[in-house]
Design a protein around this ligand. Structure first.
Ligand SMILES: *Cc1c(COP(=O)(O)O)cnc(C)c1O
Ligand SMILES: [Zn+2]
Length: 404
């Protein structure tokens, strides 16, 4: 049996087909490319029992991943994160079965590790020696660290406002790190120029086809962890939307393999009110979004004013009868605290936004009490110390502590 059932790449816009054994970036028409596998052949060989002896990483699904030779796998042990019951929070919201897929404990501190692990592995397999990318922080951190492990040089450009910890993750890895006085879209222009001038591999979101495949494994894991059942609703904090596109792709592949039988979950794209282009497009029932000017939010991972794959995110939402919803910073910060108090989980602001959206959608009846709901917490709250503001008493050594 082959390690991977990879067959080719195709364009979801103009349907042009590309070879996967050469470097590919965008389609000639400008659209991101999607990866295809021989699912009919895989169907004959794949059995749920095959997974029992495999490592607890995303590489347990290697047949459905694009790396064709095991020696090219670059891993820090990412994947198979816990699917945790959130009973007290669920009770607080009026949801009987509320789960958190917790990406807070993955290498590099955010689920960007999934995209980086698979993207960098495939880049290594294709002979890439130097890559470049713009980032809001977490993706750059993950790609810089995985590139270091692969022996690939990385150039990263991020806004000066990006969190210090993600800067440090890039710097310590030896990446060529640059800051820009602007937004991720400005960083993107600088990277685009360098790519053109120096022939670098462009690892920008969706400009290489393999990051989606890494993020897709969240969908595979949720299905496996629910014993090949699917929840009614999955909520995802959406910036570039790669995770949502990936989860939708994973679920469709599993349905085609005959592994999941139920209706697909309703997929919810959660954004920040300070940057909500996908929500606006969904509200207007449009197939694509428009650039969101002057975007700003504490949830920097979802501060993406215009996503290259917006049409794919919207398709996933429309096709599954999902929805898109925006959350104010104040609301998500309050939810972040509530989650820590009720469940002991210090989630990232993006994850908190998805929980806050869950609460709102339960309140307005879009989510029913009896439904099974999975919320993605896409990173660790520890990466964002500046989002928590509390008054803490400072004692002299002889002082007496008050009880709360
Ligand atoms: C990047 C990021 C997101 C958004 O992911 P996309 O796939 O770009 O939509 C959400 N949460 C965190 C913590 C992130 O770093
Ligand atoms: Zn095309």
């Amino acid at each position: 049996m082959p390690f991977s059932y990879l067959t080719h790449l195709h364009c979801p816009k103009c349907e042009k087909v590309y070879r996967p054994d050469e470097i590919q970036q965008l389609c000639v028409c400008g659209s991101p490319l999607l990866v295809d596998y021989d699912l009919q052949e895989l169907k004959k060989h794949w059995r749920p029992s095959a997974f029992s002896g495999r490592p607890s990483t995303l590489w347990r699904y290697h047949e459905l991943l694009p790396v064709t030779a095991p020696e090219n796998v670059v891993t820090l042990g990412e994947g198979m994160t816990p699917l945790l019951p959130m009973n007290r929070l669920g009770m607080d919201m009026g949801i009987g079965r509320l789960w958190m897929k917790d990406e807070g404990i993955i290498p590099t501190g955010s689920f960007k590790a999934r995209g980086a692990a698979v993207g960098v592995s495939k880049a290594k397999e294709l002979g890439v020696q130097e890559l470049a990318m713009p980032t809001n922080g977490n993706a750059g951190a993950a790609w810089a660290l995985y590139a270091a492990r692969a022996g690939i040089r990385a150039s990263i450009v991020m806004p000066v406002g990006a969190p210090l910890i993600t800067r440090n993750e890039c710097a310590v890895s030896g990446a060529n790190l640059n800051l820009v006085k602007g937004l991720i879209s400005d960083a993107g222009k600088i990277v685009g120029q360098a790519v053109k001038e120096h022939g670098l591999y462009d690892a920008s979101t969706l400009k290489e086809p393999y990051r989606i495949e890494g993020k897709k494994t969240m969908g595979l894991e949720i299905a496996e962890q629910l014993e090949w059942n699917v929840p009614d609703v999955i909520l995802y904090p959406t910036g570039g939307g790669v995770g949502l596109i990936g989860i939708y792709k994973a679920l469709r592949e599993l349905a085609e393999l005959g592994w999941i039988k139920d209706k697909l979950p309703r997929l919810v794209a959660v954004q920040s009110a300070g940057c909500a282009p996908i929500v606006k497009a969904w509200e207007e029932r449009k197939p694509a979004s428009e650039f969101w000017t002057d975007s700003s939010t504490v949830a920097f991972g979802i501060n993406v004013p215009k996503a290259l794959g917006d049409f794919l995110v919207l398709e996933a939402v429309y096709q599954t009868e999902g929805c898109a919803i925006a959350i104010e910073d104040a609301e998500l910060l309050e939810e972040q605290r509530k989650i820590a108090r009720l469940e002991g989980a210090f989630v990232c602001p993006e994850g908190a936004a998805a929980f806050s959206a869950t609460r709102k959608l339960r309140e307005n009846g879009w989510i029913k009490e009896s439904e099974t709901v999975v919320v993605l917490n896409t990173g660790s709250g520890i990466k964002y110390p500046e989002t928590v503001h509390v008054e803490v008493p400072v004692l002299e050594p002889h002082d007496v502590m008050r009880r709360s």
